[in-house]
Design a protein around this ligand. Structure first.
Ligand SMILES: NC(=O)c1ccc[n+]([C@@H]2O[C@H](COP(=O)([O-])OP(=O)(O)OC[C@H]3O[C@@H](n4cnc5c(N)ncnc54)[C@H](O)[C@@H]3O)[C@@H](O)[C@H]2O)c1
Ligand SMILES: [Zn+2]
Length: 333
């Protein structure tokens, strides 16, 4: 990290924002990489957990940054998963109207998704991720060896986003995942590094073309229309990766029923999701509640739910032309 910051002319006296779990695992190594004795480096810790991705925590961090005399050029290094990248990114975007931000993501989800694309945010009451900004990091450094200490099950959310990215933009990546899924799940090099790099690259390319989500960027929501609804109806008992996996299969079934996608491609998708240890069938919850939740989602235009539908692996379309009866049929009753 120290070398990469120096190469880009980023100030060598950063503030690291992290949590105690991650600091215990990687704090020392990071500080050593920044400079031998760690002088000039400040570590600010926030408790572990989504509930701390809040304005209160951000407010506390502003106070701590002021206390250590952090200036306009002082970089913030976000060391952690998506909670830390969103929170530290939000603080970096707003403190002194913006200080340099470097992401050091330590979960698969953060490496392939939350640290890429510049969406930074905190939650506020019922408004999840709604208080935020578009603020691009100066640098994102993914060390895939950090994934080895993740609690079990913590790879699922990231894996679902990897499969999503391949389906929307990159059939070669999909084929790579099909071939090397065992090695990827075992975090073997070079498979895991290849997957992280290529998935991050897909998101970066999409965002480069449409940073503020006026059009194309919406394809990143593939699987998320149904997925978000399942999460909300189940009070988040179904995890994000699992919900997105179910959503990807549901959208592909809709595409297949509309003759947009052929059956073989749907079968390949289901097979990979299954081998990734992710579910494809929605649990027995009231379908009307799922449809209602989708209708209340922010992505609805003119009463019609907007779907990202695969045409084939590697190619998707965005459409509001899915009939309510087909949605009902695919989701089952
Ligand atoms: N900004 C975006 O574009 C974007 C995209 C997707 C998700 N998100 C956000 O990301 C968040 C979820 O991120 P997440 O899934 O990474 O969860 P997380 O940040 O809560 O991390 C999961 C758990 O793993 C621990 N952990 C992190 N790295 C570790 C490591 N290497 N070894 C051991 N433990 C480790 C964390 O302390 C935490 O307990 C949500 O708040 C979501 O809204 C943002
Ligand atoms: Zn997602």
């Amino acid at each position: 990290v120290g070398t990469l910051l120096a190469e880009r002319g980023i100030d060598a006296n950063p503030v690291i924002i992290t949590n105690p779990v991650i600091n215990r695992l990687y704090g020392d190594a990071l500080q050593q990489s920044l400079q031998g004795d760690g002088s000039g480096v400040t570590v600010l810790q926030v408790p572990d957990g989504e509930e701390y991705k809040s304005l209160e925590t951000a407010g506390r961090l502003y106070g701590e940054l002021t206390a250590v005399h952090a200036e306009r050029q002082t970089p913030i290094l976000a060391l952690g998963g998506g909670v830390i990248s969103d929170l530290a990114g939000f603080v970096a975007a707003t403190y002194l109207r913006g200080v340099p931000l470097v992401h050091l993501p330590t979960t698969l989800l953060a490496q392939v998704d939350s640290s890429i694309g510049g969406k930074v945010a905190v939650n506020h009451g019922q408004l999840k991720n709604k208080i935020g900004a578009f603020y691009q990091p100066r640098l994102v450094i993914c060390d895939t060896t950090t994934l080895k200490t993740l609690p079990s099950g913590q790879l699922d959310d990231g894996l679902a986003e990897v499969i999503k990215s391949a389906v929307i933009r990159d059939k070669e990546l999909f084929a790579f995942v099909e071939e090397h899924l065992g090695a990827i799940r075992a975090l073997e090099e070079p498979a895991i590094e290849e997957v992280v790099f290529r998935t991050a690259e897909i998101k970066a390319r999409v965002v480069e073309e449409d940073e503020k989500e006026l059009g194309l960027r919406a394809i990143l929501n593939y699987g998320h229309t149904v997925g978000h609804a399942i999460e909300s109806v189940t009070d988040f008992k179904v995890g994000h990766g699992a919900a997105v996996a179910m959503g990807m299969v549901a959208a592909a079934r809709i595409a297949q029923a509309m003759d947009i996608m052929d059956t073989q491609e749907l079968a390949r998708l289901q097979e990979v999701i299954h081998r990734a240890g992710l579910p494809s069938e929605i649990p027995p919850i009231d379908r009307h509640r799922i449809i209602e939740a989708m209708t209340h989602d922010k992505k609805v235009t003119g009463g019609r739910i907007r779907f990202v539908l695969p045409r084939s692996i590697g190619d998707v379309i965005i459409t509001s032309e899915v009939s309510p009866s087909l949605i009902n049929k695919v989701l089952g009753s």
